[in-house]
Design a protein around this ligand. Structure first.
Ligand code: SF4
Length: 209
């Protein structure tokens, strides 16, 4: 990475961490996926019940594989016979893993969801929420974070799952109300009332989308 970009991101990350602190959330900053994995595992005690609500960034740093192969009670909703039951178990997990569709440079988290299992678990339920967020997702304010979530993250997610939505074909949001839309619920996390619940690991790499 260009040293000027690294320096810019280092300064930006410190601003985001301060913003998170002011909102009763905890931020961390690492340079690489490998460091992010190491840090995440140091925050999750062995024996914890862990689940996730989708999040390519979590997979990309190798955290899901490490948890599945380690001494953790990892609830795998993809492998569960009863997917709804697995999703409901998430609300009482020790750790819920996710990324964020966007984060503002003063620490507001913006997320969009279709089923709402992910945004609802971020809002309430699991004892702790651990987010892995690439610096590519940092935006200057809530408006631009919302635009990023609507115009970047959601269309790419639709294309991944080949949803029957306009953005699957065009790559751009058409503000649809199709039955397949994944833009049903919008969560803006402005403050966490619960001390020590939401932890965000910022990574100085492009992760997820
Ligand atoms: S509102 Fe519709 S078109 Fe826009 S990103 Fe969501 S699913 Fe795609």
């Amino acid at each position: 990475m260009d040293p000027n970009v690294v320096k810019r991101n280092d300064l930006l990350a410190q601003k985001v961490i301060k913003g998170l602190q002011s909102r009763n959330m905890t931020g961390y900053y690492v340079q690489t996926k490998e460091e992010a994995l190491k840090l995440a595992l140091s925050l999750i005690p062995e024996g914890s019940t862990v689940t996730m609500g989708g999040g390519m960034s979590v997979i990309e740093i190798g955290l899901v594989d490490a948890l599945k192969n380690g001494n953790y009670n990892y609830i795998d909703r993809e492998a569960a016979e009863d997917r709804r039951a697995a999703m409901l178990q998430a609300y009482d997990a020790d750790f819920f893993l996710a990324s964020s569709n966007a984060i503002t440079d003063d620490g507001v988290l913006v997320n969009i969801d279709g089923n709402a299992n992910r945004v609802s678990a971020i809002a309430y339920g699991p004892k702790k929420v651990l987010m892995i967020v690439g610096m590519n997702k940092v935006c200057s304010d809530v408006d631009s974070a919302m635009k990023r979530a609507r115009n970047v993250a959601a269309p790419i997610n639709n294309q991944r799952f080949n949803g029957n939505n306009p953005c699957t074909k065009t790559g751009a949001c058409a503000n649809c109300k199709s039955p397949d839309t994944i833009c049903c619920q919008f969560l803006v996390t402005r403050y966490s009332r619960h001390q020590d619940r939401i932890h965000v690991i910022l990574v100085n790499e492009a992760l997820g989308f």
